[in-house]
Ligand binder design. Structure first.
Ligand code: NDP
Length: 450
């Protein structure tokens, strides 16, 4: 970027930071997008005169509310609930709910902002939103989880609706939580509608939705590999996390003939040099989704290495799938990955790489697929769930999977269209940011100053 553009980006960011103090993740997410977009906007002045960037970085609505509930000891607990309704230019607000003790306004604003671009990239009619709570589901009984979800929905229900705002899952919110949330919504509103996605199959859920984010990240990696006439077969992959996204990333990698060798949780990672097989993955699914245990137990059971307190980025690999949380790859980790021969990063998690790490990937000219493109398969399939709910007709597994693959391929094409530079290198960050921006910005202009 030229010096003049640098100054303009810095001025914009200084104002944004002053308006949103202490929200470092939100600042980080906006900065990345603005750096990509600024040269494009200079060439297309209609976006400047209509103050699109100023409007897109201000949520349409922020909801923050008390969530009181009674734990198993009869003690009253108080958590904080949020919903960020970021942008509805191209459809109802859509985005997950995160239950994790680190949740705060800045984290949810970063996630909601990213969601706007991601949802646009899917080419489905979905605006962007995100929500959640600082509630920690770890160590809570099923009864406590239900009590919390019911209290959370008692407030949230007045702000959402199938044509208004349609939440889904994220960290700490899986099938069990969506069930409790949906039950309470239905009870209060007296309507059976597709107000949440990620529902159970028997009550309006879509086949492939649980798998979609992980599968999508692997489909996206496959598309990136094709640009270098390569495939996943035989490649060693490092995966972080061991939740929803990580599990189905491993499953799809195995189906493509890849060799996933790591998984992690917030306490450490396991390294299985023989590869995590389907049978071992079944064990992980039971461990994490039913027993709700720690990944260390994998190492004990299969007699492999467990590294406490660390992430798996120094393990030699061809492909990396960060699938745990934001800022889990720093500059040193990125250098280590590149040094060890990793030439693809496909982000299942949202913003898992710090700006310095992204810089390392781009300078090394590896295939770097940012989360808003690579992990869009989850929300895309949520969009497909909404369509099936509206039609009151379920599609088969094959139909949904085919649509998911098609969407991931299209997102990849969009990234290539807007991200390929004169040397032929595909900058997927620019591609995803510009590709996601245009549709939302044009819709905002068409709808006037709202
Ligand atoms: P889950 O709750 O199912 O799993 C999260 C995993 O990441 C767990 O292994 C968890 O370990 C680990 N983790 C969470 N927080 C941290 C942390 N601060 N440090 C280290 N490890 C951590 O969540 P998902 O798999 O659904 O989500 C993972 C990522 O993917 C998130 O960034 C999410 O935003 C993103 N994503 C998810 C989508 C979905 O459809 N679910 C869609 C698009 C993106 P532990 O159990 O120890 O906390």
């Amino acid at each position: 970027m030229s010096d003049i553009l640098d100054v303009k980006v810095n001025e914009f960011m200084a104002k944004l930071i002053a308006r949103n103090p202490g929200e470092s993740e939100f600042h980080q997410a906006v900065q990345e997008v603005i750096e990509s977009l600024w040269p494009f906007i200079e060439d297309n002045p209609k976006y400047k005169s209509t103050k699109i960037l100023e409007r897109m970085t201000e949520p349409e609505r922020v909801l923050m509310f008390r969530v009181p509930w009674v734990d198993d000891n009869g003690e009253i607990q108080v958590n904080r609930g949020f919903r960020i309704e970021m942008n509805s230019a191209i459809g109802p607000y859509k985005g997950g709910l995160r239950f994790h003790p680190t949740v705060n306004l800045g984290i949810l604003k970063f996630l909601a902002f990213e969601q706007v671009f991601k949802n646009s990239l899917t080419s489905l009619p979905m605006g962007g939103g995100k929500g959640g709570s600082d509630f920690d589901p770890k160590g809570k009984s099923d009864n406590e989880i239900m009590k919390f979800c019911q209290s959370f929905m008692t407030e949230l229900q007045r702000h959402i609706g199938q044509d208004t705002d349609v939440p889904a899952g994220d960290i700490g919110v899986g099938g069990r939580e969506i069930g409790y949330l949906f039950g309470q919504y239905k009870r209060i509103v007296n309507e059976f509608t597709g107000v949440l996605t990620g529902k159970g199959l028997e009550w309006g859920g879509s086949l492939i939705r649980p798998e979609a984010t992980g599968y999508g990240a692997v489909y996206f990696a496959n598309e990136m590999l094709k640009t270098r006439n390569e495939g996943i077969k035989g490649k060693v992959a490092v995966v972080s996390g061991s939740g929803n996204v990580a599990q189905y990333t491993v499953e799809k990698l195995l189906q493509f003939g890849g060799k996933p060798v790591t998984l992690s949780d917030s306490a450490g990672f396991i390294y299985d040099p023989d590869g995590i097989s389907m049978e071992k993955l079944q064990y992980v699914m039971e461990l994490k989704n039913i027993k709700r245990g720690r990944i260390q137990e994998y190492a004990d059971k299969f007699k492999v290495k467990y590294v406490e307190g660390e992430r798996p980025w120094n393990v030699k690999c061809d492909l990396a799938f960060p699938s745990a949380t934001q800022n889990e790859i720093n500059e040193e980790d990125a250098k280590e990955l590149v040094k060890n021969g990793c030439f693809i990063v496909s982000e299942g998690a949202n913003m898992p790489s710090t700006p310095e790490a992204v810089e390392v990937f781009l300078e090394a000219k590896i295939l770097y697929g940012p989360g808003k493109a690579a992990n869009a398969g989850g929300v895309a399939t949520s969009g497909l769930e909404m369509t099936q709910n509206s039609m009151r007709l379920p599609w088969t597994r094959e139909e949904v999977d085919e649509r998911l693959q098609h969407i991931m391929k299209n997102i990849h094409e969009t990234c290539v269209k807007y991200g390929k530079d004169s040397s032929g290198f595909i900058n997927y960050v620019n591609g995803a940011n510009i590709g996601g921006f245009i549709k939302v910005a044009d819709a905002m202009i068409a709808q006037g100053v709202v």
